[in-house]
Design a binder for this molecule. Structure first.
Ligand SMILES: O=C(O)CCC(=O)C(=O)O
Ligand SMILES: [Fe+2]
Length: 284
């Protein structure tokens, strides 16, 4: 049975009491902790994958058509970045089908189990569609982009197409989350700038992670990652969600925070506004 279906059954029957180890094997938990990422093939079954594809395609098309939405669409001024991926952030805010998918507590439950935290809030969802013949995704860390600094942040990346060596599957530096500081390189034209900041990671062989459509890849917000160019004539679609551990505090960075909320915050305030950062799962 696909993992996600299994979660559905167990979630309904037993809730969290069954302990996460019933849902994720000890080996998977240990692998995530040691490497800072985990690939789960068959996370979505065919029906679920069809739903995720439909919601993503529709939500992205709506967003791109509505240029006045002002909702975190990437700048088209940076011609290089525009060809790394079509990036649409916070689709759950504008598409109800996407909202249903993203607010599913089972996703929060798995993310919390891997991250080892008692509660999980959505930081932001985002579709990342690498176009045909698209540019590579430069090596970077995620958490330094965000408005909280945590060693336990986690992201989910769901392959909506087979992610292959040819179309820009993800790659990770195993264990880099342990030695990462909060210094980062942007996703720019210089693919490997991150290794100027962390030359010690040049000694570690990258783990390159092709995976079939319907796979989930989780990674820690401080694990170094990137993706190759898409050298095929078809887009490589992914739907992702970044999570913030409940209780995380504001670090002064705006990122995707609404202006008014951002201006009301002091560094050190707990980010606990449920409309901005919905709490999708908490240990009961
Ligand atoms: O999809 C990609 O190419 C990059 C994904 C990524 O950086 C992320 O999900 O944090
Ligand atoms: Fe990333």
């Amino acid at each position: 049975m696909p993992k996600f279906m299994l979660l559905m059954t167990e979630g309904r029957l037993t809730g969290y009491n069954a302990r996460m180890r019933n849902l994720l094997s000890d080996e998977q938990m240990q692998s995530y902790q040691a490497n800072g990422f985990l690939v789960i093939e068959g996370f979505l079954d065919e029906g679920e994958l069809a739903k995720w594809r439909e919601a993503t395609d529709e939500a992205v098309a709506q967003r791109l058509a509505n240029s006045s939405a002002g909702l975190h669409n990437q700048s088209q001024e940076d011609a290089y970045y525009a060809q790394v991926f079509t990036q649409c952030i916070k689709l759950a805010d504008t598409h109800s089908g996407m909202r249903d998918l993203m607010f599913d507590p089972r996703l929060g439950m798995v993310a919390a189990a891997l991250a080892g935290v008692d509660g999980i809030r959505i930081w932001h969802d985002q579709a990342l569609i690498k176009p045909a013949y698209g540019n590579p995704t430069g090596w970077h860390l995620d958490n330094p982009y965000w408005s909280f600094s945590s060693r336990d942040a986690i992201s989910l990346w769901v392959a909506l197409d087979d992610a292959t060596l040819s179309n820009g599957c993800l790659a990770y530096i195993p264990g880099s989350h342990k030695s990462a500081r909060f210094e980062n390189a942007g996703i720019g034209e210089n693919f490997g700038s991150l290794f100027k900041i962390y030359p010690e990671w040049l000694e570690i062989a990258p783990a390159i992670c092709p995976c079939p459509a319907g796979s989930a890849v989780f990674h820690n917000g401080l694990t170094a990652h990137g993706a190759g160019a898409n050298i095929t004539n078809r887009p490589r679609r992914a739907m992702t969600c970044a999570y913030m551990p409940d209780g995380a505090t504001f670090n002064g960075v705006r990122n995707v925070l609404p202006k008014e909320y951002f201006e009301s915050l002091e560094v050190g305030d707990v980010l606990c506004d449920d409309t901005v950062n919905p709490l999708i799962w908490k240990r009961s």
